[in-house]
Design a protein around this ligand. Structure first.
Ligand code: 7N6
Length: 310
C-alpha cells in the first residue's frame, strides 16, 4: 500500500533489542521490519539506526533516524547532497544523564567509589576528617543547557546546590542561578566544585576543555564528562589529574572507545570510568519510538521533522 517502509538497523541492539522498538511502533501507519543485514536497504523509505553505514548513501532512503542524541559521527554534507533527512533522538536522555551526574557528584562527595574500591581487600578505611563533604551549598557549572544539562541542573537545584550554566543564548533556564555565554567559560568554571559537560561535539566544542580551562578550575574541583570525548583534551586532563591540579574526574566518554587497556585513566583512584552508559535506561526504546512515530505522522502530512538535524 502507500504505507511508509521502515527498517530497524541491527546496530540499535547496542542500546535495546530491535524487536522492542518494533513492538513500540506496531500502531504506526508504516511497515516496520528488522534488518538482519545493515546494507539490505532496497525498498526502504527510512531507517532507524545507531551507527552510520556508507550503504545508506547509495540506497533510496529519504530519512534516517538516529537513536542517539549526538550525531557527530554522521556525514552531514554527504547526506544533504543525497537529499536524505537526518533526525536525532535529542530529548530522551535528560533523566538518565541527570541521575548519573548526580550519582557522580555523590560518589565524590561521600567517597563511595573509595569504599567500593576497598572491598576486594576487606579494607575498613575511615576517611580523613576533611575528605568528605556534602552537596548542599556546593557549586556546579553545567556547560550546555539542553536536555542533558537541564537533567543535571534540576537535580543539583533539588539537593540545594548553587547552579550555574553556560550556553550560547544566555536566556534564563529553570534551576539555574546564573547563565554565562561561551566567551565567559573560564569565569563560569573557575569557582565551581563540579564542572559537568553536556554539549554536543561540534567544531565549536571540540577541545573546549584544555589545559587553560583545567588550570582555571579549582584544585578541589571535579570534571564530569557525559558529552563526547573530543570535548576534552584527554592528554591535558590526564596531566592535570596526575599533577593534582584538579581533584578528580568522572568520565563516560573518551577519545577512543572502549577506553584502551593501557589508558592511565583506568588506574587513577580519583577517576570514575563508566562505559558510555550514562544515558542508558530501560525506557530508551519507548522514548525513541515516540520521536519516530511523531516523524512518521509528519512525513505523511508533508511537514518538517521533529529533531531535524540536516
Ligand atoms: C547510549 C547513549 C547519545 O548521543 O551518547 C549517547 O545519544 C548514546 C546509551
Amino acid at each position: 500500500g502507500d504505507d511508509l517502509e521502515l527498517g530497524i538497523h541491527p546496530s540499535v541492539d547496542i542500546v535495546f533489542p530491535p524487536s522492542l522498538l518494533r513492538e513500540e511502533l506496531t500502531d504506526l501507519a508504516a511497515d516496520v521490519r528488522i534488518l538482519s543485514d545493515g546494507s539490505a536497504l532496497a525498498g526502504l523509505d527510512g531507517v532507524v539506526t545507531f551507527s552510520f553505514e556508507e550503504a545508506f548513501l547509495s540506497a533510496d532512503l529519504e530519512w534516517i533516524h538516529c537513536i542517539l542524541a549526538g550525531v557527530d559521527a554522521f556525514p552531514f554534507e554527504a547526506l544533504k547532497r543525497r537529499g536524505i533527512t537526518l533526525s536525532n533522538s535529542s530529548g530522551v536522555h535528560g533523566d538518565a544523564i541527570g541521575d548519573t551526574v548526580l550519582g557522580y557528584m555523590l560518589q565524590f562527595a561521600r567517597r563511595l567509589h573509595i569504599y567500593r574500591d576497598n572491598e576486594p581487600t576487606r579494607e575498613w578505611y575511615y576517611p580523613d576528617w576533611d575528605e568528605t563533604f556534602t552537596l548542599p551549598g556546593e557549586t556546579v557549572c553545567v556547560v550546555g543547557l539542553g536536555t542533558l544539562g537541564q537533567g543535571v541542573t534540576a537535580r543539583a537545584d533539588a539537593v540545594g546546590m548553587n547552579v550555574r550554566g553556560v550556553r550560547r543564548t544566555p536566556t534564563p533556564v529553570p534551576s539555574v542561578d546564573a547563565v554565562f555565554t561561551p566567551d565567559s567559560l573560564t569565569a563560569a568554571i573557575s569557582d565551581a566544585r563540579f564542572v559537568a559537560l553536556t554539549v554536543p561535539l561540534t567544531s565549536q566544542t571540540e577541545g573546549l576543555i584544555g589545559s587553560d580551562e583545567l588550570d582555571a578550575m579549582r584544585e578541589d574541583a571535579y570534571l564530569l564528562n557525559v558529552a563526547r570525548g573530543g570535548v576534552v583534551d584527554q592528554d591535558a586532563l590526564v596531566a592535570a589529574l596526575t599533577d593534582g591540579r584538579i581533584a578528580g574526574a568522572a568520565l563516560d566518554v573518551f577519545e577512543t572507545e572502549p577506553l584502551p587497556d593501557d589508558s592511565p585513566l583506568w588506574d587513577l583512584e580519583n577517576v570514575i570510568v563508566t562505559p558510555h552508559a550514562a544515558g542508558a535506561t530501560d525506557e530508551y526504546a519507548e522514548r525513541v519510538a515516540a520521536i519516530v512515530a511523531e516523524n512518521v505522522r509528519r512525513i505523511r502530512r508533508g511537514e518538517s521533522l521533529a529533531n531535524h538535524v540536516v
